[in-house]
Design a binder for this molecule. Structure first.
Ligand SMILES: Cc1cc2nc3c(=O)[nH]c(=O)nc-3n(C[C@H](O)[C@H](O)[C@H](O)COP(=O)(O)OP(=O)(O)OC[C@H]3O[C@@H](n4cnc5c(N)ncnc54)[C@H](O)[C@@H]3O)c2cc1C
Ligand code: SF4
Length: 516
């Protein structure tokens, strides 16, 4: 058996970023990815294939707490969920790292402060070529460097929305975007600024995803090896249960085993918990590294809402995800608890409504889907959900995954919606014309929309209440690390990927120190 220095399981925001960080060290790194390369094909950019036929969603079945099966919104490819993500690359706010009092309880503190992650946020923004503008967002935490690229400009309708919001006393800002757009030199720009970005794979590889900017650059180093279509099914340990000795994988229908000095799990929050739970042994009867009984618990995925507002005039915007609003992110005079973040989501296209019924509103029963799409301005609202012990991933004897989830913070979620509605009513949009929709996929089962999944293996200082120590190494195993969104003790209300990337860089530094 080849011996590696590090095995990284999963190549998404966490694993792909970590691989790139470890690659120049010359250490022998083995990347194990259950999916394949995502094929570059015309369907990458076809709404019907992506949103209606779920071409890039795994056919896997999970179960909700009531035992009902559902198809989770998971994407098993080199690059993981980032192949399909909207590339809104936000930092958590400084306040998110401390305890925050919410409507339904307290969002717990992280074991590290913002300042410890800040240099890694800066590094991650550079690695993922983030475009943005510092100083516009009043909740923005301090940063040690400017964004590496200028903000993506608003198109006229969104600029008008920004101007209207500012005139009404709000603080709209240019959203941080991970697209390789060079507006000053479009003939040479890798990104063509298309409308098929958020929720689609990028056909021209111009989205800052973990395949293009993580795995591919890592593979330029001869010491890095990638095995695709290779699913880790179990981790085995020494007799004392203190170190992982082998990673058992399924590949081409057969079991294979790989060994390394250090093993990093980065399968995404649900699947990382699944792997640890599936690795139960005599020494770890409740699942690997699960003496605290915390593996699988504290699952979060944001209390999110996608809504479209119908503008009186048409909205011809192509790339819409350029604006954010954090005026309700923290508590205010009006609410002594946070409501959340408002941002834009990719522009609606008529085929995306298949399975939804936007015509069945009092708005315009006779409007065609095409007409609704032409007038739509699309928002994405995120309220923080709290980590509850009973919101969890469990496995049954057959290895079937159950995701039990009870929503939290429903009141601030509704209040954020009401805020948007009242703001839009005062702008050039009719407040009655705000329509709830499912973004990204047509699945009506809320837990299926697990795009922002996090928690399940949180890091902390106390082995009784956390799975990992401050370095994201398992309290109970000397050579097992986690480096994806599973480590989050709380999720904040901004998109999680940049934080997973930054933390993977931090974990990477601890690993390199150890191997040097
Ligand atoms: C449609 C969509 C839009 C999104 N938009 C945004 C956005 O705009 N901004 C943002 O910040 N976030 C966004 N997200 C969320 C973001 O993509 C995730 O938070 C991020 O990718 C999580 O990183 P991760 O490393 O935890 O998991 P992933 O990126 O999902 O990576 C996990 C990897 O592990 C692999 N894997 C799983 N199990 C195994 C196994 N047993 N063996 C081997 N490999 C395995 C998977 O195939 C995958 O490649 C979006 C997600 C989706 C789906
Ligand atoms: S907007 Fe740019 S990065 Fe996004 S899918 Fe289109 S070309 Fe790719």
């Amino acid at each position: 058996m080849d011996a590696y220095d590090v095995i990284v399981i999963g190549t998404g925001a966490g694993g792909g970023t970590l691989a790139r960080h470890l690659a120049p060290s010359g250490k022998r790194v083995l990347l194990l990815e259950r999916g394949d390369w995502l094929t570059r094909e015309p369907q990458n950019w076809l709404a019907q294939d992506v949103f209606v036929d779920n071409r890039y969603v795994s056919p896997e079945t999970w179960y909700d707490a009531g035992g009902r099966p559902f198809q989770p919104q998971v994407h098993y490819f080199v690059g993981g969920a980032t192949k399909l993500y909207g590339a809104a690359l936000y930092r958590l706010r400084r306040e998110d790292f401390g305890e925050l009092r919410h409507h339904d309880g307290v969002s717990p503190a992280w074991p590290i402060g913002y300042d410890e992650l800040e240099p890694y946020y800066t590094q991650a923004e550079q690695l993922y070529e983030v475009h943005g503008e510092r100083g516009e967002d009043p909740t923005e935490p301090p940063a040690s460097a400017p964004y590496p690229h200028p903000a993506v400009s608003h198109e006229p309708r969104i600029q008008q929305l920004a101007d209207d919001l500012a005139a009404a006393g709000y603080h709209p800002f240019h959203a941080p975007c991970g697209i390789m757009l060079d507006e000053g030199n479009m003939p040479y720009s890798r990104c063509v600024r298309c409308m098929n970005c958020d929720g689609f794979p990028c056909l021209v590889h111009a989205k800052s995803d973990a395949e293009v900017l993580g795995v591919r650059p890592a593979l330029e180093h001869p010491n890095v090896t990638l095995l695709t279509n290779t699913r880790a099914v179990r981790l085995e340990t020494n007799p004392a249960g203190t170190a992982v000795t082998e990673v058992v994988v399924e590949r081409d229908g057969a079991d294979e085993r790989y060994a390394a000095e250090l093993v990093v799990v980065a399968c995404g929050a649900a699947n990382s918990a699944r792997l640890l739970l599936a690795s139960a042994s005599d020494r770890h009867p409740n699942g690997l590294a699960n003496g605290s009984d915390q593996v699988g618990r504290n699952y979060m995925f944001h209390a999110s809402q996608a809504v479209l507002a119908l503008s009186r005039e048409e909205n011809p915007t192509v790339y819409q995800k350029t604006l954010g609003l954090n005026d309700f992110y923290l508590s205010s005079d009006e609410h002594d608890y946070p409501l959340g973040n408002i941002q834009m989501v990719g522009k609606s296209q008529a085929p995306m409504f298949r399975g939804e019924k936007p015509t069945e509103t009092k708005l315009a029963p006779r409007w065609s889907l095409e007409r609704i799409a032409r007038h739509a301005i699309d928002f994405w609202l995120s309220t923080e959900d709290l980590p509850l012990a009973e919101n969890r991933v469990t496995l049954d004897r057959e290895g079937r995954l159950t995701l039990s989830y009870k929503p939290t913070n429903d009141v601030p979620k509704q209040q954020l919606y009401a805020k948007l509605k009242s703001i839009l009513g005062r702008l050039d949009m009719n407040a009655d014309h705000l329509i709830h929709r499912f973004a990204y996929m047509r699945n009506e089962i809320p837990v299926a929309g697990c795009a922002h999944q996090a928690g399940t293996c949180r890091f902390g200082t106390d082995p009784a209440t956390s799975v990992l120590n401050v370095d994201c190494r398992a309290h109970e195993l000397d050579n097992l690390y986690l480096a994806d969104t599973s480590v989050f003790p709380s999720i904040g209300a901004v998109n999680p990927a940049l934080t997973a990337m930054a933390n993977a860089l931090r974990v990477g530094d601890r690993i390199l120190e150890r191997l040097s």
